[in-house]
Design a binder for this molecule. Structure first.
Ligand code: NDP
Ligand code: MG
Length: 379
């Protein structure tokens, strides 16, 4: 029986993780959860899975839950506590945004296996996270479908034979919308993803193509490969989840129906594979054709900015991530237009003087300063 701590239990990845656990009641137990403010979903989870510890974002949320649970912790300290708890084997990090960073670092130091959905953690401080992963010799298994595909395509291979990563992109909600038509798109338009049903922030990130940029940086850290050797190609069907090209020009890919429960389960059971009855078998005959297109960096400037920030390294990707988190939340609240997201990120990057090899304090400071700066752009 593996004991799971689930950060971000009430979110899209969190609920799908619970669905995987539901399929295998003899394999997994839910030890602890953390969530933000979604009381309704949390109550259902607590009633069904009876976790020993519950972490909420703030005191107000805690007060609303006090009747239902006796062991409620609050905030970042609470997330750290359940992530290093001796009763937990695997920490699933599925919170949204760089709030996941400290808990991830502490869980690695406590030698927990990490199932990582929270890509912002690697974008904001990949060098620190991977340093701890190596030092503590822990397993960090990606949940993000592209990275799970690459991870699976590397099974049994020598890392030094890896020549190139080919990350696929579905294109997001606006893949067929021209740039000048983006002026007037609404939040509702942006939230309609053609292939995946995900949380609001990552759905907007997919529409701006920043999600793919964050994933390139995530891949750089997870697989220790230079940016020059990471390609992104548009693949509308989301059937090939990503590929690895080897020195002999062989390409190994992982395919499947778009269903996040598959990579979530693999991260929990690796290297074993369990049946997953709820997931749909891939029917290539039904699909018939797969399509691949070049990514247009002029059409998707967020992808270009992510590559540039990644290559500059240091604190630049901390700024990229924090600026993006704030700009997306301003867009979701209706305060700025869709195209202003990339404009705000570009301005924040322009104004930043990069710190090479920043420590954790520097990263947390840069993160906070960037958030304040980007909010000031609307005044
Ligand atoms: P959601 O917005 O659906 O869920 C986010 C979760 O984080 C919720 O449980 C939310 O709680 C919680 N949360 C947010 N802020 C805090 C906080 N300060 N303290 C504690 N908990 C907090 O996001 P997704 O599930 O879509 O995405 C989660 C992560 O996984 C992201 O990094 C995303 O990029 C990545 N990912 C997601 C995929 C998907 O298919 N959804 C695919 C690949 C990667 P509450 O809602 O209760 O406030
Ligand atoms: Mg992905």
């Amino acid at each position: 029986m593996k004991s799971i701590t689930l950060l971000g239990a009430t979110g899209s990845i969190g609920l799908q993780t619970l669905d995987v656990m539901r399929q295998h009641p003899d394999e997994f137990e839910l030890y602890a959860i953390a969530f933000g403010r979604n009381i309704e979903k949390a109550i259902n989870i607590i009633k069904e899975f009876n976790p020993k510890k519950v972490v909420v974002q703030d005191e107000i949320t805690k007060n609303k839950l006090n009747e239902l649970h006796t062991n409620i912790l609050v905030g970042n300290d609470g997330m750290v506590e359940i992530s290093i708890d001796s009763n937990t084997d695997i920490v699933v990090n599925a919170v949204m945004g760089s709030v996941g960073l400290t808990a991830t670092l502490e869980a690695i130091k406590a030698k927990k296996t990490i199932a990582l959905a929270n890509k912002e953690t690697l974008v904001t401080a990949g060098h620190l996270v991977m340093q701890e992963v190596k030092k503590n010799n822990v397993k960090m298994i990606p949940i993000d479908s592209e990275h799970s595909a690459i991870f699976q395509s590397l099974n049994g291979e020598n890392r030094q034979d890896m020549n190139r990563l080919i990350v696929t992109a579905s294109g997001g909600s606006f893949r067929d919308v021209k740039r000048d038509e983006l002026q007037s798109v609404t939040v509702e338009d942006a939230l309609q993803h053609p292939n995946w049903n995900m949380g609001a922030k990552i759905t907007i990130d997919s529409a701006t193509m920043m999600n793919k940029g964050l994933e390139v940086i995530e891949a750089h850290w997870l697989f220790d490969i230079p940016y020059e050797k990471i390609d992104v190609i548009m693949h509308r069907e989301s059937v090939i989840h990503s590929m690895v090209e080897y020195n002999d020009n062989s390409v190994i890919a992982q395919l499947g129906s778009p269903d996040m429960r598959v990579p979530i389960q693999y991260a929990l059971t690796y290297p074993a594979r369990l049946e997953l009855p709820v997931s749909k078998r891939l029917n290539l005959i039904e699909i018939g054709k797969l399509h691949f297109e070049n990514m247009d960096f002029e059409r998707f400037p967020c992808l270009k900015m992510a590559y540039e920030a990644g290559k500059m390294g240091g604190s630049m990707t901390t700024v990229l991530n924090a600026a993006n988190e704030i700009a997306v939340s301003l867009f979701l609240k209706g305060h700025i237009s869709f195209l202003m997201i990339e404009d705000f990120i570009a301005r924040a990057l322009d104004q930043h003087e990069v710190t090479k090899d920043p420590d954790l304090d520097t990263i947390l400071t840069v993160d906070q300063q960037t958030r304040v700066l980007v909010k000031s752009f609307i005044e």
